[in-house]
Design a protein around this ligand. Structure first.
Ligand code: NAD
Ligand code: UD1
Length: 335
């Protein structure tokens, strides 16, 4: 298949490009590099021994998208491009709406005009909000608690409306839980700009001495060790979930929402102690207050993805830690 990957230079996009190229798909990446580096794509080519096409462009730029679709025959789009920092979305809601929601609107309009009607979209477990008890199933009504999650919920309903209006569209909406890890080669991985928000890059940066310690947000949650529990999923398992979605896009419902997680939760302290074993080093940490908006426990129901995508996450928490460490150790300053 000829696949257009928006946001393909980013963390999840670059790992998915590896899987696409290794499965003999042709890849065109559209990315404005606002949160990524061109080098990630050179590394993708190095891992796979294959070339991809790269267009530096913004998904809000309709002329640029028209030029891409005119020049590159496209069968399907994997849409990763977006801004993803929850705190930033609270501070800059209109920037997030403009980039994420209007950017996606622009993309699907361009796709429709060029008769490209197959789409896999990156959504988030954050659309569930904090009210539901896990395991979270896809039929729960979205209850987003911040502008970033609202963007994802708005895009999901825009895509469902689009499918209702035009039955030619085939759409998969994938709600990711907590992607961590890196490609086992250590050549690509997560490279956040500035102080990381998420837990794993905080741990890896503490491991290489870029941070003096990890602040653990809260030790008074109603969990077995008092720290928050999340459903961590290895990035290559997540990437493979996209390939399964792509392969089965023509089967089943026109539009389908699927969780991508492991169905199992681990606490922050379990994550740190597993990382210590995988990296054979101590991770300094200190307890701090709860982070506003965090929920105690979040993990997925994976039944739908197993049935509809014939996909299941395979890698363990130890694999996730080992590969995150390998990437950071080989690239202490990132790309
Ligand atoms: P990332 O920031 O590493 O990658 C996103 C890419 O999109 C970047 O390369 C960035 O330069 C590009 N981009 C952003 N706005 C753009 C625009 N207007 N035009 C063109 N390119 C643009 O993030 P990621 O972790 O790889 O996330 C990919 C997608 O998955 C995002 O939509 C994110 O919201 C979603 N998601 C991520 C997580 C996570 O924990 N990483 C969880 C759930 C959902
Ligand atoms: C994250 C992302 C969200 C994404 C979602 C997917 C943020 C703020 N949230 O949420 O965009 O869609 O995954 O499910 O980027 N923790 C610490 N110390 C830290 C960082 C985190 O103790 O320095 C704890 C948190 O309290 C939480 C766990 O680690 O219990 C995971 O946090 P994080 O990696 O930020 O993921 P989520 O909050 O689940």
């Amino acid at each position: 298949m000829n696949v257009l990957v928006t946001g393909g230079a980013g963390y999840i996009g670059s790992h998915t490009c590896v899987e696409l190229l290794q499965s003999n798909h042709n890849v065109v990446v559209v990315d404005n590099l606002c949160n990524s580096k061109r080098e990630a794509l050179s590394r993708v080519e190095k891992i796979t021994g294959r070339r991809l096409a790269f267009v530096q462009a913004d998904i809000r730029d309709r002329n640029a998208l028209d030029a891409v679709f005119s020049r590159h025959p496209t069968d399907a789009v994997l849409h990763f491009a977006g801004l993803k920092a929850v705190g930033e979305s609270v501070a800059q809601p209109s920037r997030y709406f403009e980039n994420n929601v209007l950017g996606t609107k622009n993309l699907i309009e361009a796709m429709g005009d060029h008769h490209v009607k197959k789409l896999v979209f990156s959504s988030s477990a954050l659309v569930y909000g904090s009210e539901y008890a896990p395991p979270l199933t896809e039929d729960l009504l979205p209850n987003p608690g911040n502008p970033y999650a609202e963007n994802k919920a708005e895009i999901e309903s825009m895509l469902q409306d689009l499918s209702g209006a035009d039955a030619e569209w085939r759409i998969r909406i994938l709600r990711y839980f907590n992607p961590v890890g890196a490609h086992p080669s250590g050549l690509i991985g997560e490279d956040p700009q500035g102080k990381p928000n998420n837990i794993m890059p905080n741990i890896t940066q503490a491991a290489v001495g870029r941070l003096s310690f990890v602040e653990v947000f809260g030790n008074d949650y109603p969990t077995h060790d008092g720290t928050g529990i999340r459903d961590y999923i290895h990035i290559t398992d997540l990437a493979k979930g996209h390939l399964s979605a792509l392969q089965r896009l023509s089967k089943g419902a026109n539009v389908l929402i699927c969780n991508l997680g492991t169905g199992r939760g681990f606490s922050v302290l379990e994550l740190i102690s597993t990382f210590e074993k995988a990296a054979s080093r101590r991770i300094p940490y200190q307890f701090g207050p709860r982070r506003p908006g965090d929920v105690p426990v979040l993990f997925a129901s994976c039944t739908r993805a197993e049935k509809a995508l014939v996909w299941r996450a395979e890698k363990s928490l130890f694999d996730m830690c080992k590969d995150s460490w390998h990437w950071q150790n080989m690239n202490p300053g990132g790309y």
